[in-house]
Design a protein around this ligand. Structure first.
Ligand code: FPP
Length: 232
């Protein structure tokens, strides 16, 4: 099977990575940011076209304020490197409701989208304040506002934050938990799912090659019989 065009990552295990080293959780997020940057570079080198990272969920606002504040500073540092992503030919896209973030973060994110929109290399999608239930609710409300009598599947797809982005072929969750946590639930309807015990800060190019290799052994049937199996 061909390499996945779009890989989505649930970056779990930052806190445990730090705890195992007797460090505060924020060091896990710091090293997790480095893992994200490593993975972007490796994905581009391996010919992946789209990567999506679950950076902050609609439920993460319930974390202790000090951890939220640290994550906000992490996002700021990431966004300040905008020109690097522009020069590296990455196209940055954000999914989720940016309005709940401090305005400097939302403004930097929107500016980065604008500055990289003409790039044609790897598309890097960052899910921030993202949750599938919030996404579908927002989509339904925008369709209601258009006063449509009925909607098609295409109308719904076009109203999601992910409009224009192909659905993920592969969803990878690090950190050993086996769940999707409100992430791309509709978009992952026929994605291959891969769960690994590797903690996100340890994720690297070798791990990416390993998950792509595992994906290449799967048979995707999309509800069909698959494998040229004509027998009843
Ligand atoms: C889950 O691990 C991770 C998060 C909620 C935050 C992910 C954020 C980053 C990797 C920061 C980089 C993002 C950008 C866009 C710069 P956890 O803290 O729940 O880990 P645990 O399950 O071990 O406690």
């Amino acid at each position: 099977m061909a390499a996945p065009s779009h890989i989505a990552f649930i970056m779990d295990g930052n806190g445990r990575w730090a705890k195992r080293r007797g460090l505060p959780r924020k060091y896990g997020h710091k090293m997790g940011t480095e893992a994200l940057e490593r993975t972007v570079k490796a994905a581009a080198e391996l010919g992946v076209k789209y990567v999506t990272f679950y950076a902050f969920s609609t439920e993460n606002w319930t974390r202790p304020q000090a951890e939220i504040d640290y994550l906000m500073d992490t996002f700021r540092d990431f966004l300040k490197k905008g020109d690097k992503y522009k020069d590296d030919n990455y196209k940055l896209v954000f999914i989720g409701n940016l309005d709940r973030f401090p305005s400097d973060i939302a403004d930097m994110a929107r500016s980065l989208v604008d500055r990289t929109k003409a790039n044609d290399g790897l598309t890097v999608v960052i899910a921030m304040n993202y949750g599938s239930w919030e996404e579908i609710t927002t989509a339904i409300n925008s369709l209601i506002a258009e006063k449509v009598a009925s909607v098609s599947e295409e109308d719904v797809k076009a109203a999601l934050y992910t409009a224009g982005i192909p659905f993920p072929d592969l969803v990878v969750r690090t950190g050993g938990e086996v769940r999707l946590s409100n992430f791309l639930l509709l978009q992952s309807a026929y994605a291959e799912l891969l769960f690994t015990d590797v903690l996100w800060p340890d994720f690297d190019k070798n791990e990416l090659i390993r998950v792509i290799d595992e994906y290449s052994k799967r048979e995707r049937k999309f509800g069909g019989a698959g494998g040229g199996d004509a027998e009843a």
